[in-house]
Design a protein around this ligand. Structure first.
Ligand code: ADP
Ligand code: MG
Length: 367
């Protein structure tokens, strides 16, 4: 177990800035998810921790020790790459046990067998241990590769999108199992993904990386309820958060340019009238008003159906409110009779509104 601290990490490849001052602190035993789109610098961050890439600036500390000049093998971290390299002619068991036979991590054969057996069980590959990995599917191979990392004694695991080759169903069950492994081992884990569902499902805490910078670190609740900016808000949730452009108006209101969205500013913030704003609300927080008044704590918007889409048992309804668009997710029955241009009333809960400042990179200003 170990803390991992990154301070001001910078890394460039020619003209490309991969890391632009990454600061991060992982607590001892924590399962930390680093989320970011492709190219954000996730793999480069992991490589810097593992010692496979030397940062141009900044430092890495593991367990309070500065890793400058410490060889990868001496860092006591186990890393699982996106592209896994297994020995194709060896069995899954031999692949997984191979680190435990190397002089560095050598353990007695029965201890190796116990470790491999337990991890294989957690990964659901016990029945594959005798098979050559050349005969396995991509998803099975990925689990063997992950297993080979997890059997190693290590102070920290560095996992680079380890579930990316699995189908959706397997990913879901593996997510649960990975968390169990983390809990059993209590090993500090830095887990990289571009999938927000994975981050929300796994992370004790989540860090969001954008263009080589950490834009927010927080618990899943903090990230979901209080996204630092529009980028973070848009990175979590499907359908994506609604962002409505407008400006502050007299009387503490938010108004879209055509005045069709006109509602009290959330969180009682005071903002100079005329200042540009972006209002955010998540599709699953918006409801259709069938008849009567909208529920307490909500404000009503009137619009027309733009398009409806089926998402399994639910439907996504996109509504034009003047020139603005607002999507909502409702049970399918509610959307069944709705066609394009039908008038609808929406209930938007004021407590769920987010307010962002477009003049400041979309930073959240309320709540
Ligand atoms: P991620 O893992 O988040 O997708 P990476 O850390 O792999 O992102 O890459 C960050 C940026 O650095 C990207 O623009 C990528 O093209 C660039 N990059 C990464 N590794 C190299 C390399 N060895 N040579 C040149 N550019 C690289
Ligand atoms: Mg990567």
């Amino acid at each position: 177990m170990a803390t991992i601290v990154l301070k001001g990490l910078r890394k460039t490849y020619g003209k490309v800035t991969a890391l632009d001052g990454v600061d991060l602190e992982l607590r001892d035993g924590e399962f930390f998810c680093l989320l970011g789109p492709s190219g954000a610098g996730k793999t480069t961050t992991l490589k810097a921790v593992a010692g496979l890439e030397e940062p141009d600036e900044g430092r890495v500390e593991i367990g309070g020790v500065d890793m400058d000049g410490v060889e990868p093998y001496d860092r006591r971290v186990a890393m699982c790459f996106e592209s896994y390299a297994l020995y194709p002619h060896y069995s899954a068991y031999d692949n997984m046990a191979s680190p435990l036979r190397s002089p560095r991590y050598k353990v007695p054969a029965d201890e190796a067998k116990r470790r491999v057996g337990r991890i294989a069980e957690l990964l659901g590959i016990s029945h594959l241990l005798d098979r050559n990995v050349g005969e396995l599917s991509n998803g099975q191979r990925q689990r063997v590769a992950l297993g080979r990392v997890l059997v190693r004694p290590a102070d920290a695991f560095l996992l680079d999108e380890p579930l990316s080759h699995l189908d959706a169903k397997l990913r879901q069950s593996m997510r649960a199992e990975l968390k169990t492994i983390g809990a059993v081992e209590r090993t500090t884990t830095l887990y990289v993904t571009h999938d927000y569902v994975e981050a929300l499902g796994l992370g004790d805490r989540i860090g969001v990386l954008r263009e080589g910078r950490i834009v927010q670190v927080g618990t899943r609740e903090e990230i979901w309820d209080r996204p630092a900016d529009t980028f973070v808000a848009q990175s979590f949730g499907k359908p994506r958060v609604n962002l409505v452009e407008g400006a502050a108006a007299e009387g503490g209101r938010f108004r879209s340019p055509d005045g069709e969205v006109d509602i009290p500013l959330p969180g009682g913030v005071e903002i100079r009238p005329g200042r540009d704003l972006v209002l955010g609300v998540r599709p699953r927080d918006v409801a259709l008003v069938r008849d009567g008044r909208p529920a307490d704590g909500t404000v009503e918007l009137r619009g027309r159906v733009y398009v409806t889409e089926i998402l399994g048992r639910q439907s996504e309804v996109t509504v034009s409110v003047g020139e603005s668009r607002v999507s909502l997710v409702v049970p399918r029955e509610q959307a069944a009779g709705l066609g394009r241009e039908d008038p609808v009333r929406l209930a938007v809960p004021t407590a769920r509104l987010l307010l962002f400042d477009p003049a400041d990179g979309g930073r959240r200003i309320a709540p």
